[in-house]
Design a protein around this ligand. Structure first.
Ligand SMILES: Nc1nc2c(ncn2[C@@H]2O[C@H](COP(=O)(O)OP(=O)(O)OP(=O)(O)O)[C@@H](O)[C@H]2O)c(=O)[nH]1
Ligand SMILES: [Mg+2]
Length: 520
């Protein structure tokens, strides 16, 4: 299988599984990069050695600016395209040209760069930035009349080497028209041997003259690269390809283990355990008595505060009542109007706290924890579809048992008995006092009235605490039943899917085998 066929296979497998969106995107990107790849032939050297002139000559077109002063100021990437297109991106000029000479080397992209070592330091850093972490084939251009490469250029080549495994480069001795052929040969030989001594000789070397239109040797080198395209591209992409294959393989292993995460017997086990939820209901019932007592105690405290407040209030205005007993009625209603919202709020607080408390206890039940864990795994398993929806409904709420909706419902239920109690207090105290004040107008009368209403209240408070506790237990029970129903549905669905899964697992195993074969 050649590289193209291997990539096709990789894509085919990746796109077979809808769960693999992420890696599918990676494969797409990889393929795009692979298909768009061109061998970057990058011209580097000191300024005015003739880099741009050489490229113009290769294209047989006056494309790039040429001058005796430092001229090229940014990278130009030039390659063949049926459709002409030019744009600048990140400081790089991209030129897609329908140029007949480029057509013969369409696997290459020719890159012109600013000259290094000129007085324009930024030119050097533009070149450095462009080359950083890039695979390139440098064409090191020198001016033959200068006799040798500068130390800066040599150390630059060394720098590029660090970024490239299998590093290779081309040496071009340009402007040979300026010296004799003999001298030119000597310059070429000397430079090669210096480079060899320093670290590595160029893979190709040639002499050129733009002036005399002698660049055929450089063109034939470019053709060689153009023909080595497949080999070079493969060597560049093989590592990335194999990493992708391994990643896909890992992803498939993961799906496989998720698919096999519940065996038949584990499902049976869970179903049985679900029954244990019944025990949770029992446990709740057994807690009820205890809760009533607790709630009752808290309610008594709240009402006592309310009554004590009322008593004080009446004492303060005692003198007024002696003169005008009718004021008792309006004052009591004023007090109630002021205090009732606070009372109501604290009763609701008692209710909520108790609900959360029991809810918390429930969440510690082992069976609920087990189911929670199961659901967590099942979410991974059921990436899409109905199961995901169902599980989302349970897990999404954050808590297994969620009574949020019940708080408003029960608050509403509570408002009626509380109104009754308030009425008892109001009418009781008012009636008693008005009656007593006809005979003796004393503070004693106020105390007696409050006392007798306090006795009345006991019974009503008992009723509310029973009611509260009953509502709380109902709320929790109905949540448990809901959770249970959802579990049963999820489990049934997983059970139905089991056969489907078996085929899928077999498929995955086959694909993993193929993937292993794709790696060298
Ligand atoms: N005699 C002679 N002059 C040449 C040759 N090639 C280029 N030149 C001249 O050298 C000068 C610089 O050429 P460019 O192509 O601008 O050089 P460069 O390497 O691109 O320079 P920068 O863009 O500044 O890095 C120009 O005046 C060219 O005409 C050649 O082969 N022989
Ligand atoms: Mg130039």
């Amino acid at each position: 299988m050649n590289m193209n066929e291997k990539i096709k296979k990789l894509k085919e497998i990746a796109f077979k599984y809808e769960e693999l969106k992420e890696i599918q995107e990676k494969v797409q990107n990889f393929i795009k990069e692979y298909e768009d790849f061109k061998i970057p032939i990058v011209f580097i050297g000191e300024f005015s050695v003739g880099k741009s002139s050489l490229i113009n000559k290769i294209l047989d077109e006056d494309l790039l600016e040429v001058n005796t002063t430092p001229t090229t100021a940014k990278p130009y990437e030039i390659c063949y395209s049926e459709e002409e297109k030019r744009y600048n991106k990140d400081g790089i000029e991209f030129l897609f040209l329908k140029n007949k000479n480029l057509k013969n080397i369409k696997n290459l992209k020719i890159v012109d760069l600013p000259g290094i070592t000129s007085q324009y330091f930024e030119h050097t850093s533009i070149v450095e930035n462009y080359l950083a972490n890039k695979y390139v084939i440098p064409v090191v251009v020198m001016d033959a009349s200068k006799g040798a490469l500068s130390d800066e250029v040599i150390s630059f080549i060394r720098g590029i080497k660090l970024n490239n495994q299998n590093f290779e480069y081309i040496l071009v001795v340009n402007k040979v028209d300026r010296i004799s052929e003999e001298e030119a040969n000597r310059v070429l030989e000397n430079t090669i041997s210096i480079l060899r001594d320093i670290y590595k000789e160029p893979i190709y070397a040639c002499k050129t003259s733009v002036e005399e239109s002698k660049i055929s040797s450089l063109i034939s080198i470019l053709h060689k690269y153009n023909n080595k395209y497949d080999e070079i591209r493969q060597s560049i992409f093989i590592k990335q390809f194999e990493e992708l294959v391994s990643e896909l393989e890992m992803n498939l292993e993961q799906i496989k283990s998720l698919l096999s995460f519940l065996s038949e017997s584990e499902i049976e086990n869970l179903s049985i355990q679900l029954e244990e939820l019944k025990n949770a209901e029992e446990e709740l019932k057994s807690q009820q008595e205890e809760e009533i007592i607790k709630i009752r105690k808290k309610l008594e405290e709240e009402f006592e505060k309310f009554m004590a407040g009322l008593e004080n209030y009446l004492y303060i205005n005692f003198e007024t009542y002696v003169k005008n007993p009718k004021r008792i009625e309006t004052d009591i209603y004023n007090y109630i109007e002021r205090e009732q919202p606070k009372l109501y709020e604290s009763l609701e607080g008692i209710f909520k706290r108790t609900l959360f408390e029991i809810e918390g206890k429930l969440e510690n039940l082992e069976i609920l924890n087990k189911l929670n864990e199961f659901l967590f795994n099942a979410t991974k398993f059921a990436s899409a579809g109905r199961i995901g929806e169902l599980i989302g409904g349970v897990v999404g709420a954050g808590r297994i048992v969620s009574t949020a909706g019940w708080i408003t419902k029960i608050s509403r239920v509570l408002s009626h008995p509380i109104t009754i109690i308030i009425t008892i207090i109001a009418t009781g105290v008012i009636g008693f006092l008005l009656d007593r004040f006809k005979r003796d107008k004393t503070k004693e009368a106020i105390r007696d009235a409050i006392q007798s209403v306090r006795r009345e209240l006991g019974k009503e408070i008992n009723k509310i605490s029973e009611r509260m506790s009953e509502e709380i237990i109902n709320a929790l029970n109905s949540e448990i039943i809901k959770v249970k129903d959802r579990f049963v549905q999820v489990i049934n669905m997983i059970r139905d899917k089991k056969t489907e899964q078996k085929t899928k697992i077999a498929q995955i195993e086959m694909d993993i085998k193929i993937l292993k074969g794709l790696k060298a």
